[in-house]
Design a protein around this ligand. Structure first.
Ligand code: PAF
Length: 273
């Protein structure tokens, strides 16, 4: 497996389908499942490891975000990644004069709670796409709004890349895998799985025909009783991220909560997850 640290060291192999998995490192099974899927579907698999400073707010966890490059490289190699792009901040941002910003779909939910976050994501993903020139790129549906934002960027700016959005990988108790789960204390970790259970219960009530507003009031109350501070919980259209008041086949239930100092996001569809 090759590791390259500056864009000039990468030349896209001719005639081979390149699959790309962008990450911020601290890899877990969720990332590895994206890499395995890319491995099955593409002749060449490239991953990136870059903790992107522009997508963190001033009071967020950029400094303490978990970093263990040696272990991440070992994991990439174990699932058959061919090359890893692992640049430093100066390489990616010699200046910070250009920003790629998507409007509309970025405004609610994570966009409202984390101002500037999506501008950082779209700017770095646009740069990574230009550098790696993938034919297909793989993202986890756990970050549902990120998927909607990147889809919009790719459509609006005509990036020649096929987007592959892959199912959330969960711990045996239902907690969605996330690099930030390692911030949870053991007591918080035990309680964190109630988020998924509460979402599943809300989905069952909605599927039985209860009013969506009532299902949301009940899940919010349940989460608060279990000690979560709820940033939002909503039924939404995954293309626009707009709230819906009637369910359609592709509607999704999204939530962001805080437990102690840790923020957890999750989402489920009507029929999956
Ligand atoms: O999902 C992530 O890990 C990041 O937002 C991404 C897509 C790698 C951009 O930094």
């Amino acid at each position: 497996m090759r590791v390259f640290r500056v864009p000039q060291e990468w030349r896209k192999p001719e005639g081979a389908r390149v699959g790309f998995v962008p990450t911020m490192g601290a890899l877990h099974e969720g990332h590895l499942s994206l890499m395995r899927q890319a491995r099955r579907e593409c002749a060449v698999v490239v991953a990136s490891i870059f903790v992107n400073p522009t997508q963190f707010g001033p009071n967020e966890d950029y400094e303490r975000y978990p970093r263990d490059e040696a272990e991440d490289l070992r994991l990439c190699e174990s699932v058959g990644v061919d090359a890893v792009f692992a640049p430093d901040v100066r390489t990616m941002y010699p200046r910070r004069t250009t920003v790629v910003a998507v409007r509309g779909v970025t405004e609610r939910w994570e966009g409202a709670f984390r101002p500037g976050h999506f501008d950082g994501v779209t700017t770095v993903v646009a740069k990574l796409f230009h550098i790696v020139q993938p034919d297909a790129a793989y993202f986890g549906l756990k970050d549902l709004q990120q998927c909607a934002v990147i889809r919009r960027m790719v459509e609006d700016l005509n990036f020649p890349v096929e987007l592959r959005f892959c199912a959330t990988v969960r711990e045996p108790d239902g907690l969605a895998m996330s690099s930030r789960n390692r911030y949870l204390t053991s007591e918080e970790r035990r309680r964190a799985s109630s988020l998924y259970r509460a979402l599943c219960e809300c989905r069952s009530e909605a599927a039985e025909g209860r009013s969506l507003a009532i299902t949301l009031d009940r899940v919010r109350m349940r989460l608060e009783q279990e000690g979560f501070a709820v940033d939002y919980v909503a039924w939404i259209d995954p293309q626009t991220m707009d709230p819906v008041d009637r369910l359609k086949e592709d509607s999704r239930l999204i939530a962001a909560v805080r437990l102690g100092g840790v923020r957890l996001i999750d989402n489920i569809g009507l029929h999956e997850d």
